[in-house]
Design a protein around this ligand. Structure first.
Ligand code: XMP
Length: 514
């Protein structure tokens, strides 16, 4: 394992991903972790991340020099680099000459461990105020910039390396190569961490954890729960039952996708609960978005509980394990604990009951989203499931502005299916993060179709580009594609006579309309 020491900011996760892209397994530890604890994990190498601090700031994170004496290869980046310089006796000045953004780097030792085979001038991404003016003793300076005399240093004898820039950022044109040079050449690691290893290891770990007990998994139709279920199924077969609640708010073909494609690909034992009537009844007369969300969450819990009781009645014994598709970023962001907890509440599966006592099986808790997709592929899941864009738990229920009725759902399902079909045909699925299609059920406008006047509803297209859904921008997609979607929706969907485009970023607008 390569440990990435997190000095704050958002860099550590990106570094960990880049290390894994180099096929070396990595994990993140907070910078407050005692060095003895880090070393106790027998790391193959340690990477010190960047961070928001100046080494001169009052509460700047510091580093125990013991880290450099354990014989473990270390690579410092940005703040990690400066901390390394300072701790090992180099000089870091508060020069006031900030470098921010794309900066040309001059490599002075083109045959060095880090820079071999990369150009003597290369663009790197910088983000710092302080600068290193003298390397610690025993280190060779291998690169500089106009503002920083020591922008990289290396000590092959001690296997200690550092760069002022951010090699993990895409804008550093040779960043991945520099990182891989550290891993392969500096630390002598082999690129042998692959998704098939992940599958094998997870399967063994799940068998060990669950033994001959029973497990249950709520399927939402999304990528994470599908891949988690497929992994657990591979490990314990029929001891797993998946529950899929059909609340009638899914898009066209989604329920069938779970019922047919997912089962065909995994052989999983699936319990589909048809709760469409129940959800429609509960939503009757309600148009307030928050109220809708609460009702959908509440009904979901009830249906899931009932399904669980039925499974117990059918098979006897107890269901002791709950499978969840928790991902590594969730784990890191919530404090990064290891091990499995005996928990009560969990927010990942569309609001499961708080008082259900399960042990959790979370086979994806070490993986990033793109790795989850690769594992899904490895397990033979179809692209329609593995490459799926995000879709909210409350489904189309929060994409009908106004009361949710069966007719409106049917209508929206048709419009949504057309939009998705055309976006896919235009090859835009990767570029667009997701494209909610919204029915303004309480709005009517006048139109003319055929020879007659119509008085129908508008459909809103909300294509957005985003990296994590926290912020988003509306996607500048080709007019021709918009035109095709508009023509088809107004021709093919009854009662819709207008298609409009949402050109609002997030903030101020959220991605969903409700
Ligand atoms: P907003 O509308 O808040 O959405 O900008 C951000 C992302 O979250 C999705 N979303 C949900 N996902 N349950 C979910 O599982 C929900 O209740 C929910 N509400 C919004 C939304 O589709 C977008 O990707």
């Amino acid at each position: 394992t390569v440990l990435v020491v997190d000095f704050g900011a958002q860099y550590a996760q990106l570094i960990a991903r880049r290390v894994r892209e180099a096929r070396v397994y990595s994990e993140i530890v907070p910078s407050t972790t005692p060095v003895a604890e880090m070393l106790a994990r027998n790391p193959a190498a340690i990477i010190l991340s960047g961070g928001p601090s100046s080494v001169y700031a009052e509460d700047a994170p510091t580093l125990d020099p013991a880290l450099f004496e354990a014989g473990v290869p270390v690579f410092g980046m940005c703040y990690g680099f400066q901390l390394m310089a300072q701790t090992l006796g180099g000089t870091v000045d508060n020069t006031g000459s900030r470098e921010y953004g794309r900066t040309p780097l001059a490599v002075s030792r083109p045959d060095s461990t880090l820079f071999a085979g990369t150009p003597e001038r290369q663009d790197v991404w910088m983000s710092h105020g302080d600068a290193c003016s003298a390397a610690p003793e025993g280190f060779t300076v291998t690169a500089a910039t106009d503002a920083v005399p020591v922008a990289a240093f290396e000590n092959d004898a001690k296997r200690l390396y550092g760069v002022q820039h951010h090699p993990e950022v895409m804008h550093s044109t040779h960043g991945q190569q520099v990182l891989e040079h550290f891993l392969y050449r500096g630390a002598g690691l082999e690129p042998n961490w692959t998704t098939s290893n992940v599958v094998e290891e997870s399967v063994a770990a799940i068998r060990e954890q669950v033994g001959d007990k029973r497990a249950i998994c709520g399927l939402s139709g999304g990528v994470d729960s599908a891949v988690a279920a497929a992994l657990v199924q591979r490990a314990i077969g029929d001891q797993l039952t998946c529950v899929y609640v059909d609340h009638g708010l899914m898009r066209k073909g989604e329920t069938e996708q779970v019922e047919k494609d997912f089962v065909a690909a995994t052989g999983v034992k699936l319990k589909v609960v048809d709760a469409r009537e129940r959800f429609l009844d509960a939503l009757r007369g309600v148009s307030d978005p928050e109220e809708k969300r609460k009702i959908i969450g509440r009904e979901f819990i009830r249906v899931f509980e009932q399904a669980q009781a039925e499974i117990v009645a059918e098979h006897g014994g107890e269901v002791e394990f709950l499978v969840q598709g928790t991902l590594y970023p969730d784990v890191v962001e919530s404090g990064g604990g290891t091990g499995t907890a005996n928990i009560k509440s969990h927010h990942n599966v569309g609001g499961l009951p708080e008082d259900l006592e399960f042990q959790l099986v979370e086979p994806l808790r070490r993986l990033f989203k793109d790795e989850v997709r690769m594992v899904g592929k490895e397990l033979g899941l179809p692209d329609e499931i593995v490459q799926r864009q995000p879709f909210p738990g409350p489904g189309l229920g929060i994409r009908i502005v106004g009361e949710v009725t069966e007719e409106r759902l049917d209508l929206l399902r048709e419009a949504d299916a057309i939009a998705r079909e055309e976006l896919t045909a235009a090859g835009l699925d990767r570029e667009i993060w997701q494209c909610p299609v919204v029915l303004l059920a309480d709005v009517r406008s006048v139109g003319v179709q055929g020879d007659g006047r119509t008085y129908g509803h508008p459909i809103v297209l909300r294509p957005v580009s985003s990296e994590d859904a926290m912020t988003a921008d509306w996607t500048r997609m080709p007019y021709e594609v918009l035109a095709r979607i508009s023509t088809r929706i107004t021709n093919e969907v009854p009662d819709v006579n207008r298609v409009v485009l949402d050109v609002t970023s997030k903030p101020p607008g959220t991605i969903e309309w409700e």
